[in-house]
Design a protein around this ligand. Structure first.
Ligand SMILES: C[S@@+](CC[C@H](N)C(=O)[O-])C[C@H]1O[C@@H](n2cnc3c(N)ncnc32)[C@H](O)[C@@H]1O
Length: 247
């Protein structure tokens, strides 16, 4: 299933997802499964036995990603989605796994979470969905602002998307002063294990200001998903005052 190639305006509308999840039990993972991305997640959110990590998965849908993280040793994974239908289904499915928490919430308003409270936010296809709907720029800006707010200083926003740097870098940069690294992974459909990957997953792709360096290295329209690892650094936003919300 792809985004960005067909008329996908409805992906930005909550009613679309409720209807869809009412008719599809899943599990279904957009773009990539946890197991393919695990080396990268482990790199940026290292699992040390003495360190507790609080992870937020935004727009989780009925994907098995959060379950994959929990199975991999992350013991505090909170997942949210705007669709009450899918959240109810996931709460029922994981009622015997208290480490996996599912909450109905709009990523543009996560005021139920305290400021600086997560070590990592994982987004696979959710910013992409918001960018499909009406008011897309406003929605994306609200979302990114909230993601920044709930992340701890030095926490990471891991954005997995079909969007090339030309279409995502400016959005990320105009929202907050992230320190951004870019990674790529072959799309599942064209994954051929006998071929070496177009680029090693855990090796960042050199990124210049406008992102054209990625295209120069990987070619035009490579069959990859892009992973932007955006680190929050409070010192890069001097003078910014964000209110602490009520938990
Ligand atoms: C393309 S799907 C990705 C689902 C899942 N992350 C995956 O990788 O399979 C986008 C998800 O974002 C959710 N979503 C859309 N708008 C949202 C919003 N404003 N707040 C929270 N979730 C939202 C949808 O309900 C849907 O589950």
């Amino acid at each position: 299933m792809t985004m960005g190639t067909t008329t996908t305006q409805a992906y930005g509308e909550p009613w679309y997802w409720d209807n869809r999840y009412a008719n599809e039990s899943g599990p279904f993972d957009w773009y990539q499964k946890y197991q393919s991305l695990a080396p990268l997640i482990n790199l940026y959110v290292p699992r040390h036995s003495n360190q507790h990590h609080r992870i937020l998965v935004v727009g989780c849908g009925n994907s098995a990603f959060s379950e994959g993280m929990a199975d991999d040793g992350y013991d505090d994974v909170v997942s949210i989605d705007i669709s009450s239908v899918v959240i109810q289904a996931m709460q029922d499915k994981y009622s015997d796994r208290p480490h996996l928490k599912y909450l109905q919430m709009d990523v543009r308003d996560m005021s139920a979470f305290q400021t600086d409270s997560f070590d990592a936010v994982v987004d696979k296809g959710t910013l992409d969905s918001l960018l499909c709907g009406s008011n897309s720029r406003q929605n994306a800006a609200e979302m990114l602002d909230e993601v920044w707010r709930v992340l701890k200083d030095k926490g990471v926003y891991i954005l997995i998307t079909y969007g090339a740097p030309l279409y995502r870098l400016h959005l990320l940069r105009e929202s907050c002063s992230w320190t951004i690294k870019l990674h790529v992974i072959e799309k599942l459909a064209c994954e051929d294990k006998s071929e070496p990957p177009i680029w090693e997953l855990t090796n960042p792709v050199p990124l210049n200001d406008d992102g054209s360096s990625a295209e120069e290295l990987l070619g035009n329209n490579p069959d990859v998903h892009y992973i932007y690892v955006c680190a929050k650094d409070n010192s890069l936003k001097p003078g910014l005052k964000r209110e602490t919300s009520v938990d």
